[in-house]
Design a protein around this ligand. Structure first.
Ligand code: 3PG
Length: 411
């Protein structure tokens, strides 16, 4: 049984180590989070901790840096958090470890918070290194996981820390689990899945899972490109995930409920519109990139969506960062907005896009999880949730022993 953070007795002066998911795209040094949707979603937990006098140590990853690459610094997120939550009593530590970080943590007053630098600057995070998790756990008296969106990753800060600290679920984590469990266990049918964006690996697995559990699966983005290639259709210079080709080939893409775009928008550049053409799927020139779905695909997909009582959408269908490449996703968003059934969306890029287009309010539920949401809905037990549930039975004594030992060492 997972425990709610409300179960933490007497937060006053307690050091609370909290894992959040601030994994957001950074554009020109600024956090691209639309109206701050993803950051705002953990503020109720942070506010509760602060009001109750906890000393808050916030940890997160951002992107997939190889080592200490400050293009992936959490500093822009810190600035946004300051703007959205509080200007005072919130600090940024320029590293995860070191004497400066320790003194920043030790100097926190009750109710104050510090955000540490990107956990993925250390390869030990993704390797789920035990001593890395133990080192992190020393920052807190208790641990809260409020990073539902990263809980499908068996990384040190997600599954390792609960081995060392008494651990609780944050408010966002609790909400995600409650809502998504209801959707998973009682989906409304017809169910239509719409999947685009990158990170095709997780999505391919889910496509397989949902093939016989939904009326239709609509695909765009890198996943569609990879499936086109698996069918030996020309995709020009488009982005694919080569590693997935073999798996993609095994998928029965002739099934009636799996829908690939019938036409696509191409450009000779991914960064700026260059010689835009609408091409039938499979007839893309060697120097062209697929950047969006085409108008016939929009018509076909909208018709399918119109029949749904529930739509689950993850990932945009084109490169929506460029206005000329966002029409397909926008029209699909409008089609989804119009259905009277449930509209469930997830994934950072998609949330940002809908937020910017003022369409987020039209959705029934917005999950902060991209891959995590899909894996959860597919019935997988997320390692982060499992770690929170697993440790409770034995942790009471372990945590007390550990704490007593540490108190003794500190004397
Ligand atoms: C997400 O945004 O989906 C999570 O933060 C996980 O990010 P990752 O795919 O880089 O592990």
């Amino acid at each position: 049984m997972m425990q709610s953070l409300k179960k933490i007795s007497d937060l006053q002066g307690k050091r609370v180590l909290i894992r959040v998911d601030f994994n957001l795209p950074i554009t020109e040094g600024e956090a691209a989070d639309g109206s701050g949707w993803r950051i705002k979603s953990v503020i109720p937990t942070l506010e509760y901790l602060s009001k109750n006098g906890a000393k808050i140590i916030i940890i997160s990853h951002l992107g997939r840096p190889k080592g200490k690459d400050f293009n992936f610094s959490l500093y822009p997120i810190f600035l946004k958090l300051k703007e959205l939550w509080r200007g005072d009593g919130l600090f940024f530590a320029q590293d995860v470890f070191g004497p400066d970080v320790e003194s920043q943590i030790n100097n926190l007053k009750d109710g104050e918070a510090v955000l540490l630098e990107n956990l993925r600057f250390y390869k030990e995070e993704e390797e789920n290194d035990e001593s890395f998790a133990e080192k992190l756990s020393k920052y807190g008296d208790v641990f809260i996981n409020d990073a539902f969106a990263a809980s499908h990753r068996a990384h040190a800060s997600i599954v390792g820390i609960p081995n060392f600290l008494k651990s609780f679920a944050g408010f966002l984590m609790e909400k995600e689990i409650a809502v998504l469990t209801a959707i998973r266990d009682k989906p409304r049918r017809p169910l239509v899945l719409v999947m685009g964006g990158a990170k095709a690996e997780t999505k391919l697995k889910l496509v397989r899972h949902f093939l016989d559990k939904s009326e239709a699966i609509i695909l765009g983005g890198v996943l569609a490109n990879t499936l086109f290639l698996a069918k030996n259709m020309d995709i020009g210079a488009s982005v694919v995930e080569e590693d997935l080709l073999d798996n993609a080939k095994k998928l029965n893409i002739t099934l009636n409920n799996l829908h690939l775009p019938v036409d696509v928008l191409t450009s000779k550049s991914l960064i700026t519109p260059n010689d835009l053409k609408v091409r039938p799927a499979g007839l893309v020139g060697p120097d062209e990139f697929i950047v969006d779905i085409g108008p016939d695909s929009v018509k076909l997909f909208s018709k399918i969506i119109g029949t749904a009582k529930m739509v689950i959408w993850n990932g945009t269908l084109g490169l929506t960062e460029i206005p000329a490449f966002k029409k397909g996703s926008l029209e699909i968003a409008n089609a989804i907005s119009q259905i009277s059934g449930e509209k469930i969306i997830g994934g950072g890029d998609l949330i940002n896009f809908l937020d910017e287009e003022n369409l987020i309010g039209k959705m029934s539920y917005v999950s902060t999880g991209g891959g995590a949401m899909l894996e959860f809905l597919a019935g997988d037990i997320l390692p982060g949730i499992e770690a929170l549930s697993r440790q409770i039975a034995s942790d009471a004594t372990n945590a007390i022993d550990y704490q007593t030992e540490r108190d003794r060492d500190n004397k």
